[in-house]
Design a protein. Structure first.
Length: 257
């Protein structure tokens, strides 16, 4: 499972080097493929090519940056216009509007780009979200892509404090949720773990709520402003998880937990 990439193409190649190039390993990416990095086109094209070639082994979820508004504000639109024309940008938006919002692994692990939603009572609600669609400013779809865990709260809070998703945009949509929300969700749906991306974490991965939730971020040295590692999470057939870390100085390490 891989987190945010943001156009850092050579870091994506390094992640494949440590995790195995498809189809040697199965992959699930959690979105935020474009924007900020210099090679968003190479990044998203390689991912889509692998999806086409290995449709049963390679999976792509939608992130908060796979939208018209974000791509216009954060670089992908400009990259498409500079290198080709806006027609290719429009084609990518059409593609983004069909990307799935969440995944469940072996009925035990829930995966989404951002997190949970106070509107989410049944996983069937996610399946019923019509596609193609852009991301609204509120509601279940928005929350799945924007919400953030917060260890200092209980229950739900409006995500009005500009919790850092690396966008530098200040206030963001969605909610923050406490450890109790994670525990209740997992118990209700008989699951063991939530995996999400969306936020920069120093070591490439970070636990929350007594290891019931994991944030994965896969773009090391993000935007040249953060001294962070990137990581991928590997899951074996017994659902044992391990973390492979690519540090910001390009050294590759393996960190098992």
């Amino acid at each position: 499972i891989c987190g945010d990439l943001h156009g850092q193409y050579y870091d994506l190649l390094r992640l494949f080097e440590i995790g195995g190039f498809p189809p040697e390993a199965n992959y699930l990416f959690m979105g935020n493929y474009v924007n900020y990095g210099e090679q968003s086109l190479e990044t998203i094209c390689l991912l889509l090519a692998y999806k086409i070639k290995y449709p049963e082994n390679f999976f792509l979820l939608r992130g908060s940056h796979e939208t018209g508004r974000k791509t216009r504000a954060c670089g992908f639109y400009d990259e498409c216009k500079r290198r080709y024309d806006i027609t290719i940008w429009e084609m990518f938006l059409d593609c983004f509007n069909y990307l799935p919002l969440a995944s469940v692994i072996d009925d035990r692990i829930f995966v989404a780009h951002g997190g949970l939603s106070p509107e989410l009572d049944s996983l069937e609600q996610i399946k019923r979200i019509g596609q193609p669609t852009d991301i609204p400013n509120n509601g279940l779809m928005c929350d799945l892509l924007y919400s953030n865990p917060d260890k200092d709260i209980s229950g739900w809070n409006v995500n009005d404090d500009g919790s850092d998703d690396g966008s530098g945009e200040g206030n963001v949509p969605g909610f923050t949720f406490g450890p109790d929300v994670v525990s209740k969700f997992l118990k209700k749906h008989d699951m063991d773990l939530i995996v999400r991306g969306h936020q920069v974490v120093e070591d490439g991965y970070e636990f929350f709520a007594n290891r019931q939730l994991i944030t994965i971020f896969s773009a090391p040295n993000y935007r040249g402003k953060y001294v962070n590692a990137g990581s991928i999470m590997s899951i074996d057939e017994s659902l044992l998880c391990s973390f492979q870390v690519c540090s910001s100085n390009t050294n590759i390490t393996s960190d098992l937990k």
